[in-house]
Design a protein around this ligand. Structure first.
Ligand SMILES: [Zn+2]
Ligand SMILES: [Zn+2]
Ligand SMILES: [Zn+2]
Length: 322
């Protein structure tokens, strides 16, 4: 079975093509998951740190966007919406934050606040630099709550231009502790947990987000599953949705050594979960895709074949009840 799946994927990688109705069904399927709950997550972006297309990429992947064939994708981020308490939160402050907060306001909740809180995962450019738009040159925010782990917090407090946001009180930093639960209200809880990653400027966390009925994991960046002290299979089984790092599809995707930027390849994640039930596989939503990842293309047979194995791809605009 394993060999068959690999051969099938290999075949598809070589011959990926178009299937537009699949894309529409997929959005509908994901969107239908929300409406019965007042608390839900919404996908605000699915690309790796720098978005899609990538700067100066002359290859086929990004030409498709520059030539108007494929759609642009914003950087990975989740919105958390609570219609009951009239509040909304953001996971990661990406370079696309202006559009993402607009989408959150227009499509979900306009409560008079630009955002009620931002949870940061780490200090790589796609995950925190959106904070700059909260400062004096842009929004001029007033004490917007930003939740960060200790190294991330002191990085922001001691380096320009971020320290100015703190001094001018555009943002108000709240310290997070590994594995400790933040109770947002009686229906929503958030828990950060450390994961292994290239921690040059900060530690890296993933988040568990728990509602009354359902829960989710958000791990946009991790080096490799086997470097983590926890077992990703067990962690996925404990939740209803798992938004997992899918930066690259497979080894050899970059022309530079990929060991410099380790991530679990989609191929590795699929192999790891191969013997798991269809129910477990169906909880996985791949997110944080690099421009080189063939599964980022809207209508690729590669993506279809992975979905046919039971997995999902996070899609901007899709909602998930909690
Ligand atoms: Zn990232
Ligand atoms: Zn590209
Ligand atoms: Zn990172």
């Amino acid at each position: 079975m394993k060999l068959f799946q690999l051969l099938y994927l290999l075949f598809i990688v070589v011959f990926f093509g178009c299937n537009s109705s699949k894309k529409e069904n997929e959005i509908e399927d994901q969107a239908n998951r929300n409406k019965s709950s007042e608390q839900y997550l919404t996908i605000l972006g699915v690309a790796q740190d720098v978005g899609y297309p990538q700067i100066d990429c002359e290859k086929e992947c990004c030409k498709l966007v520059y030539n108007g064939v494929d759609d642009k994708e914003m950087v990975s981020s989740l919105g958390l919406v609570d219609l009951k308490s009239n509040k909304k939160w953001l996971f990661d402050a990406t370079p696309d934050i202006a559009q993402q907060l607009h989408n959150l306001k227009k499509n979900h909740l306009d409560n008079g606040n630009v955002i009620d809180g931002i949870f940061l995962t780490h200090a790589h450019i796609g995950h925190y630099t959106g904070l700059m738009f909260l400062g004096r040159e842009a929004l001029g925010g007033k004490q917007i709550p930003v939740y960060a782990m200790s190294r991330m917090k002191s990085f922001l407090e001691t380096n320009g231009p971020w320290e100015q946001l703190v001094e001018l009180e555009n943002i108000k930093l709240n310290a997070l502790k590994n594995d400790s639960t933040i109770i947002l209200n009686k229906n929503l809880k958030v828990k950060p947990f450390k994961v292994p990653h290239r921690d040059e400027y900060s530690e890296t966390v993933g988040y568990k987000i728990e509602g009354k009925k359902k829960s989710a994991l958000y791990i946009p960046d991790i080096d490799k599953w086997n470097k983590w002290e926890r077992n990703i299979i067990d962690e996925v089984k404990k939740v209803d949705y798992a938004f997992l790092d899918a930066t690259f599809f497979k080894e050899g995707e970059l022309s530079r050594p990929m060991s410099e930027v380790p991530h679990p390849f989609i191929q590795e994640t699929i192999n790891l979960f191969e013997k798991e039930s269809a129910e477990t596989k169906s909880k996985i939503y791949f997110i944080h895709l690099n421009h080189t990842n063939p599964a980022l293309l809207d209508n690729s047979k590669l993506k279809d074949s992975i979905q046919n194995l039971g997995y999902h791809f996070a899609k901007q605009g899709a909602n998930f009840e909690l």
